[in-house]
Design a protein around this ligand. Structure first.
Ligand SMILES: [Zn+2]
Length: 309
């Protein structure tokens, strides 16, 4: 018997992968997470709206923006993006998840540059604890603390338990009515026309695995995050420095590529993607090479890369 498993889209697009400074090739941090029909934006470095345009993202589909922390390379693009939404006549609410100081900054900004055409619903991440911050029908999002010079959050996107579907071939075979389908979905067996019991399990399509994605930037090496993100399918971890510059990483509360790989190993993730590279390394392959000595499935990202989960 053949089963068709229909997966919802779940993918991550790298909009920016450099630390501190934007360059010709790399913007500062931003990522778009797509799940089903939703686009979630994580961080919003300078120029993020141009990257979204270049990569053909629909602005009205962005309803949730998550800002990890208030270093400029992670949020200076938000003023332009929020303003463009307004210029395009946006009416629907926008949910913004960030530390409370961002609200203060935006209030001052828009007090002087003009009101927006829509409402921002602000979700304060300042208490710096692990918690669920968004709960939608098919996906939930958690924030959790990282270790950086200022309060910084990582984000975990987790698919939720899905209602199992009935195999359409079985519906046709037994000519099931709506009432039968409802009863089978509730877990009951089926009595066929010859009064034989057909086990409930025979009607159901296989359970789809729940997928997850964790975003961890910026942070020093911080094992405490491992419990939260254990077993995640795809892990993005910052890797600002190579091992030779470990002292600099410690001083600035960033990670080396090998430290990122160590977290991936402890997390038992399927794949590690690294970014937030220091401009001092002309080619990030050097970071990837170091990480690969610790964790085999590692990739240094480029702007425009798309990772299917
Ligand atoms: Zn930072």
């Amino acid at each position: 018997m053949f089963f068709i498993i229909l997966y919802m889209d779940f993918k991550v697009t790298i909009l920016g992968s450099n630390s501190a400074l934007p360059t010709n090739l790399r913007s500062t941090t931003a990522q778009a997470v797509q799940h089903n029909n939703e686009i979630f934006l994580i961080d919003c470095g300078e120029g993020t709206q141009l990257q979204l345009r270049r990569m053909n993202f629909s602005f009205p589909k962005i309803n949730h923006i998550f800002i990890s922390h208030l270093h400029g390379d992670h949020y200076y693009g938000i003023f332009g993006l929020l303003t463009s939404f307004s210029l395009m006549g946006r009416k629907q609410d926008l949910h913004l998840y960030a530390h409370s100081n961002l609200k203060e900054i935006l209030d001052v900004n828009f007090k002087y540059s003009g009101e927006l055409s829509y409402k921002i619903i602000f979700h304060n991440l300042s208490n710096h604890k692990e918690r669920k911050i968004l709960d939608l029908k098919h996906i939930e999002v958690y924030s959790f603390p990282l270790k950086h010079r200022i309060q910084t959050c990582g984000f975990l996107f987790k698919e939720k338990d899905k209602e199992r579907n009935i195999n359409p071939q079985m519906i046709r075979l037994y000519e099931l009515t709506h009432t039968d389908v409802r009863s089978i979905k509730m877990g009951n067996d089926y009595i066929d026309s010859d009064n034989k019991v057909v086990a409930n399990e025979r009607f159901m399509l296989p359970e789809k695995p729940k997928r997850s994605y964790a975003f961890c930037s910026d942070t020093a090496y911080f094992e405490k995050m491992v419990d939260t993100i254990k077993g995640v399918d795809l892990l993005y971890h910052e890797a600002t420095f190579i091992e030779k510059d470990k002292a600099r990483a410690k001083e600035t509360f960033h990670s080396t590529a090998m430290q990122a790989a160590k977290i991936a190993e402890l997390t038992e993730t399927k794949k590690l993607i690294i970014g937030h590279f220091s401009s001092r390394y002309p080619n990030p392959k050097i970071l990837e090479k170091e990480a690969l000595t610790v964790f085999a499935n590692t990739q240094a990202v480029n702007d425009g890369d798309v990772f299917e989960i």
